[in-house]
Design a protein around this ligand. Structure first.
Ligand code: UDP
Ligand code: MG
Length: 311
């Protein structure tokens, strides 16, 4: 029998967890050709998440948990899940039932019968999302696909079932600045996309503010593309060229017409603009330097405080 590892990152999910467990348990009972392992990663929750997980683990030996020493973020939780899962297949799901467990049988079928390496999901629509958020999300996907090889699908969720081989490949990408959506696309493999309708979270609250999402998107861009650095160089080339032309024009003008020194407002504007672009370029450079700095420290991606995965 195959073992399927269900990886669930949880950050303050005390309200949603009981519903989630009930639902995944139901689905697992229907899929009686597979055995299951439910690996919950408690990402430094401040509520009763961990004690709920412990209660579940007492009742059901398929329930495993890893509890972090603090909040390390969903990316770290996903990594910890992959690192500690034992399944022949692994699937990631949010704890809030926005990734319907009922799709699992169909997903498994695509891998087993059609020879795919992974089955990924995307939302068909962005219904119920603030329009401004949708706008920026769409813009982000457009930009990142232009400037990187990461191949990121708009509306893609992290809900994905994959083969052991793919899990091991993902683990071999040991980078500190992790952007899973990019990593999944970058490693390739045969992926089947299935679409489902956007579902509201069953209980509790979203952990993502607009600002957090914005920072996360910059993370994605710097992790998978050096285009911003190239743009900075292009700015440099362009303005050097413009400056050269202007110098020639001014010299000729002065020689021919004996023009006095004039137009300081335009000069001030130019100085300001070039100064701004310089600062921007240094900032971009700094972003990459900061990433390289963090990578070079080789810090662990997460620190587990408590777990029942190792016996
Ligand atoms: N999550 C996490 N660590 C965090 C933030 C979120 O493990 O720092 C988990 C959260 O518990 C949930 C999943 O990531 O299972 C998705 O989070 P959420 O539902 O808040 O995001 P949304 O669906 O609103 O994008
Ligand atoms: Mg959610």
């Amino acid at each position: 029998m195959d073992l399927i590892s269900v990886i669930v990152p949880c950050f303050n999910e005390q309200e949603a967890l009981p519903y989630f467990y009930e639902e995944i348990n139901k689905v697992s009972q229907k899929m009686n050709n597979s055995s299951f392992e439910f690996l919950f990663v408690d990402d430094g929750s401040k509520d009763r998440t961990l004690s709920i997980l412990k209660e579940l683990a007492q009742k059901d030996e398929r329930v495993k948990y890893i509890s972090f020493s603090r909040n390390f973020g969903k990316e770290a939780a996903i990594y910890a899940g992959f690192e500690n899962c034992k399944g022949d297949y692994a699937v990631m799901m949010d704890a809030d039932l926005q990734d319907p467990p009922s799709l699992l049988p169909e997903m498994l079928r695509w891998i087993k019968e059609e020879g795919y390496d992974s089955v990924a999901t995307r939302r068909g629509d962005r219904e119920g999302e603030p329009p401004i958020r949708s706008f920026f999300a769409k813009l982000f996907y457009k930009i990142i696909n232009k400037i990187s090889d990461a191949d990121i699908v708009d509306g893609a969720r992290d809900y994905r079932l994959m083969s052991r081989q793919m899990v091991d490949t993902i683990l071999s990408m040991g980078e500190y600045n992790r952007f899973s959506k990019g990593i999944f696309g970058w490693i390739g493999f045969k992926t089947k996309w299935i679409e489902f309708k956007n579902v509201e979270r069953v209980a509790g609250q979203t952990k993502w503010s607009f600002w957090k999402l914005f920072k996360y998107s910059l993370e994605g861009i710097t992790a998978f593309s050096v285009a911003p650095l190239q743009i900075a160089s292009l700015f440099g080339v362009f303005f050097s060229f413009v400056a050269f032309v202007m110098i020639v024009v001014i010299i000729i003008k002065t020689l021919v017409f004996g023009d006095p020194v004039g137009g300081w407002p335009s000069m001030a504007c130019i100085v300001m603009m070039i100064g701004g672009i310089q600062l921007l370029s240094i900032g971009v450079l700094g972003q990459y330097l900061a990433k390289a700095y963090m990578e070079s420290k080789h810090r662990p991606l997460y620190i587990a405080r408590e777990t029942n995965t190792k016996k």
